[in-house]
Every structure is written in structure tokens, then in C-alpha cells.
Design a protein around this ligand. Structure first.
Ligand SMILES: Cc1ncc(COP(=O)(O)O)c(C=O)c1O
Ligand SMILES: [Zn+2]
Length: 427
């Protein structure tokens, strides 16, 4: 068996070639690697960390794990390079969550400022391999930004479908700047998602949402890298924000594969964090993973403002594999925790702060126990959503009381005015 596509519902297998992202039965597809035949080891992946060379992919934290991602010619890879993101820790972060052994994996430090680049290098490489002419996605912003950049790099036309008026400024600016045809859909993300699927089917455009199994293969490397960062000693928990559930799907598959390969012997537990106004996965979890009931989503964390997540079945599988769970946090908790992560000098966008707020909630509930080790994934950069950050600090974010506000102060252009403010602040 070579690498194939396999339906997660009925098990039907299809060759890797072509543009299939769903089974004939409607099920979601997995890229399945023949793990037993792969000559991979911790040493192989560790050795490649220091690889250097003129080609960008040699410095990619995705293609370092290429045997577990996608078997294609190295010369065909479309890479910025992505990955190799930092793992930050320290007393300020530990204090936020109340856990000594706490670190954040900063995926906002990828080339376009979010984790999406890890899936997109794979998706766009594949799009070019199958000779696609145009690629499309529905997006709350980051997928659009990432796909636009990688498509431009590969010489492909990019078409992005975004919910009108609900995309953070940094992300919309990126899509426009990278030259994508940008369609502001009158409706929410879920409406844009339905429309892009129909458009791709009818108009012969290649779909690059995380429904696409090749995207998931790239996103697995977030987990591979976390394990590598920790010397292959698994943490007790990996905590991350959950919207369309692509990462939830990818992280479970990554861990399952690492254990099959014998690269780790114990699985961390996955904790998916949803915003309280956009929590269909949490509601299903509370009822033992009952069938998904879509909701009308609303949250300040626009990246996860998703009411009908596409990867739901794969995400349930991931949590079953890892004794995982789902938790929800309010917008108030998200923004207060974001202010603290920002003030630690790290910085992230609101959806990413949900991961830290979720960690904190699980610690306070005693579910993550003191003495355990947790890694939270910061999915997007602080600069993605300047409006939310500014509105918080000047007290203009509707429904949010900014407990950690750092207001700018207007002063006269005089030394006396500076001295007066300093005296007040230092006092
Ligand atoms: C910053 C950020 N965090 C989290 C998510 C949610 O990820 P997923 O759809 O994989 O659940 C997104 C998706 O757009 C995002 O942009
Ligand atoms: Zn099937």
C-alpha cells in the first residue's frame, strides 16, 4: 500500500491523485500513510532541525516531517518556510494559568502570522501537483491570508470567501495585499463555507479549507514540533482553540501516528477550547458527543466565530483517541487573558487567548492538576486584530469590562506633563 485517501466513515480507499475531498458516501477523507514501511525516527527528525540550504523547505518545520506529511518531489514544494515556531514559557505565563509547567507554542509567528501556513504549504503544493488553476477557501480571515500568500508564491489564482464585516483588519488587508479575489459574502462564515463548497464543485476550483485532507497533514506538524521541542517527552495536556475543528482533527491524527510509529509511548490529552457564543462542539461533548447541532455563532474571537464546524466527526475521533475534552470560555475571559498574554511580551489574537483562558479554567476546576505539564497553542499573531486590542484598552469593547486595560494618556508637550504622569503611575 502506498499513501492513499481513506474515508473515515466507510473505509473506502482512493488513490492520492485528483481533487477528491469527500468519499462517495459523503464521509471526510484521511491521508493514510503506510506507517510500517516508513524509516523514520526521532534521530532523523532531530538531525534535520539543523539542516541548512538555499531551498526554503529545508528550513521548514512542516517538511522536516515530510514522510508523515506528503510524499512528493522536494523540488515541487511551495514553502516560505513555515513552522519552527517558538515555545515560550516563564513566570508571567505560568501565573496567568496557575500552573508551573506551562508553555505556549506560538503559531502566530509563522510567515503570514497564523498556524494556517502549515496546512497551506501542503495544500498549495498539492494544488500545483494536480495542475489546479485556481484555489478557494471560506475563511474567518487567517486561512484567506495564508492561502492568498501561498497561491501568489505558486502562481495560482486565489479566491477567498469571507463573512462581510466580520474579518479582523489585519487579515482582510493581507488577502487584498497578496492579490486574492476577495468575495465579501452577505452572511456568516457558515454561509461562506457552504457557498465555497458549491462554487468549487460547480466551477472546477480547488478547495483549500481544512475539509481538504492535505491541509490536515500539514497542521499535524504543530504537534510533531511540540513533541520535538520537549525532547519527545509528551506533556500531559495540549490545549488549543477550536472553531472549524481542523486542528482538533489534525492533532489527534498526529498523536495516533506518533504512537503507532513508537516515537512516543503515551498520549497527551487534547483540550479543545470554544468561545461560549460559538460552542456547538462543547454542547455535543456535554452529551457524550451527541450529533452536532449547528448554532448561530457570535464572539469577539472572530477567528472561531463558527457555528457549523466541518471537521466535527474527525474531531470527535481525536478526542476519543486521546481522552480529550472540550471546554468553553466567555469573551470576557478571552480578552482579559489576552491582555495578560500580551503584557507578558508574547502577544496573540483573541481566538488564541481562548487556549490560555481554557487552560486556566481547567486548572481552576482541578481537571488539569497542579504538577501536570500543559502546552497551549497560540494560533494567531497579535497584529491580526488591532481593533479588538485597541477597543479593549480604551474601554470601547461592547459588553467587556477591561480589567487589564492599559490606556494611552494624552499630555501637553512639556516635561512637566511627563513628570506628572510618571509620578502618578509609579506611585
Ligand atoms: C487564530 C485562529 N485560531 C483558531 C482557529 C480555529 O481553528 P480550527 O478551524 O482548526 O478549529 C482559527 C481558524 O480560522 C484561527 O484563525
Ligand atoms: Zn465513505
Amino acid at each position: 500500500m502506498a499513501t492513499v485517501l481513506r474515508c473515515m466513515e466507510c473505509g473506502a480507499e482512493y488513490p492520492l491523485a485528483g481533487t477528491r475531498y469527500r468519499c462517495d458516501c459523503g464521509g471526510l477523507m484521511d491521508v493514510v500513510h503506510e506507517l510500517a514501511s516508513l524509516a523514520v525516527s526521532r534521530e532523523l527528525f532531530d538531525g534535520r532541525m539543523w539542516e541548512r540550504g538555499p531551498e526554503p523547505w529545508r528550513r521548514s518545520g512542516v517538511w522536516r516531517f515530510r514522510e508523515l506529511v506528503l510524499p512528493v518531489e522536494e523540488s515541487s514544494l511551495v514553502s516560505r518556510p513555515e513552522g519552527n515556531t517558538p515555545l515560550y514559557r516563564g513566570p508571567a505565563l505560568s501565573r496567568v494559568v496557575g500552573l508551573e509547567e506551562f508553555a505556549v507554542k506560538h503559531e502566530g509567528e509563522n510567515p503570514t502570522g497564523s498556524f494556517k501556513d502549515r496546512g497551506m504549504t501542503v495544500g498549495v503544493t498539492w494544488a500545483r501537483a494536480i495542475d489546479a488553476k485556481a484555489v478557494a477557501c471560506a475563511s474567518t480571515g487567517n486561512t484567506a491570508a495564508s492561502m492568498s500568500a501561498y497561491a501568489a508564491l505558486a502562481g495560482l489564482m486565489a479566491i477567498v470567501f469571507v463573512p462581510e464585516g466580520k474579518v479582523a483588519a489585519g487579515k482582510l488587508a493581507q488577502a487584498l495585499a497578496y492579490g486574492a479575489l476577495t468575495l465579501e459574502v452577505a452572511g456568516d462564515f457558515d454561509a461562506a463555507m457552504a457557498l465555497v463548497q458549491e462554487s468549487c464543485r460547480e466551477l472546477g476550483i480547488y478547495l483549500l479549507n481544512s475539509l481538504n485532507p492535505f491541509r490536515i497533514e500539514g497542521q499535524k506538524t504543530i504537534v510533531f514540533e511540540i513533541l520535538q521541542d520537549l525532547g519527545w517527552e509528551p506533556p500531559d495536556w495540549i490545549v488549543f482553540p477550536a472553531g472549524n475543528l481542523g486542528n482538533t482533527a489534525a492533532f489527534g491524527k498526529a498523536l495516533w501516528e506518533l504512537r503507532e510509529l513508537g516515537l512516543i509511548s503515551r498520549l497527551p490529552r487534547l483540550a479543545a477550547v470554544q468561545a461560549a457564543g460559538a460552542s456547538p462542539f462543547y454542547r455535543s461533548f456535554l452529551k457524550g458527543f451527541s450529533p452536532l447541532e449547528p448554532v448561530r455563532a457570535e464572539t469577539v474571537a472572530t477567528a472561531i466565530r463558527i457555528g457549523n464546524p466541518v471537521s466535527f466527526p474527525r474531531a470527535v475521533r481525536s478526542l476519543r483517541w486521546t481522552e480529550g475534552l472540550v471546554v468553553e470560555v466567555t469573551d470576557q475571559e478571552i480578552m482579559d487573558v489576552k491582555a495578560q498574554v500580551d503584557a507578558a511580551g508574547i502577544g496573540c489574537e483573541p481566538a488564541s487567548a481562548a487556549a490560555v483562558a481554557g487552560t486556566r479554567k481547567l486548572v481552576s476546576q482541578g481537571i488539569i492538576r497542579r504538577g501536570e505539564r500543559a502546552v497551549a497553542v497560540l494560533t494567531g499573531n497579535l497584529l491580526k486584530d488591532p481593533e479588538a486590542t485597541l477597543a479593549y484598552h480604551i474601554g470601547k469593547l461592547r459588553g467587556i469590562e477591561p480589567r487589564f486595560a492599559n490606556r494611552p494618556r494624552r499630555i501637553e508637550a512639556s516635561l512637566a506633563a511627563v513628570a506628572e504622569v510618571l509620578e502618578e503611575v509609579v506611585r
